[in-house]
Design a binder for this molecule. Structure first.
Ligand code: AMP
Length: 228
């Protein structure tokens, strides 16, 4: 039997392009889970586990976590029941090995659409400098649009802080790795005619509308994918 499905989406964009915020909105709209490798790894670090300690040393320095570790975590997450309805995958794949593994994991199916949220590097740097994040639920804020009450999250009351890897050194390293390792994947998906580039400049609602319009052109909301 077929059941109503949401799209399987990947989202690319430089750090500070607004991916995290837009993913939350897309997931609410399409009722699919937001699978963010960065969020999963930050949760592991916060748990204080041994794995978390190992991950923290990479993340703090702005380095990529080794592929085998990342692939293991993502394979497990994609095999959970909710991911069968569709998903927005954020922060993965970041390397060729990860992209190849993702194709294998989804075979004989594939992702429906790959979104590239585009902003100039100077905008991304400016946004990162002002970014603040809730320690509890991960909601993003900025010094220009802080929480309503002090630095307490509007959603969960958690402490809103500077992300540990939003230091000048780690930001420079993450942007360089994005250019070197991840941007070639954007071209790879473009060759497969899966990619849509979206202008990430403008009010949040405008950018969300652009994303939804682009997705609905390729994935009408009444579309049903046969459960495989
Ligand atoms: P993000 O929140 O997506 O910017 O990710 C934060 C950090 O988590 C990155 O700087 C990496 O250290 C690590 N990370 C997240 N996703 C991946 C991935 N797919 N491959 C390797 N490292 C990752």
């Amino acid at each position: 039997m077929s059941e109503a499905q949401g799209p399987r989406l990947l989202i690319f964009g430089k750090q500070g392009a607004g991916k995290g915020t837009q993913c939350v909105r897309l997931c609410r709209h399409y009722r699919v889970p937001h699978i963010s490798t960065g969020d999963m790894f930050r949760a592991a670090v916060q748990s204080g586990s041994q794995l978390g300690e190992r991950l923290d040393s990479y993340m703090h320095a702005g380095e990529l976590i080794p592929d085998d570790l990342v692939i293991g975590v993502v394979s497990e997450r994609l095999s959970e029941e909710d991911a069968a309805r569709g998903f927005v995958l954020d922060g993965f794949p970041r390397t060729t090995a990860q992209a190849e593994k993702l194709s294998e994991l989804l075979a004989p199916g594939d992702v429906d659409l790959v979104l590239s949220l585009e902003v100039p590097t100077e905008v991304s740097l400016r946004r990162l400098a002002g970014r603040r994040v809730c320690r509890g639920c991960g909601t993003n804020y900025s010094v220009h649009s802080p929480p309503e009450q002090g630095w307490e999250c509007d959603h969960c009351g958690g402490e809103v802080v500077l992300r540990r890897d939003d230091t000048e050194h780690a930001i420079a390293r993450r942007l360089k790795l994005y250019e070197e390792q991840t941007e070639p994947l954007v071209s790879w998906y473009q060759e497969q005619e899966k990619l849509v580039a979206i202008d990430g400049i403008g009010p949040l609602d405008t950018v969300t509308d652009r994303l939804i319009r682009a997705i609905d052109r390729r994935w009408p909301t009444d579309q049903v994918r046969s459960a495989s």
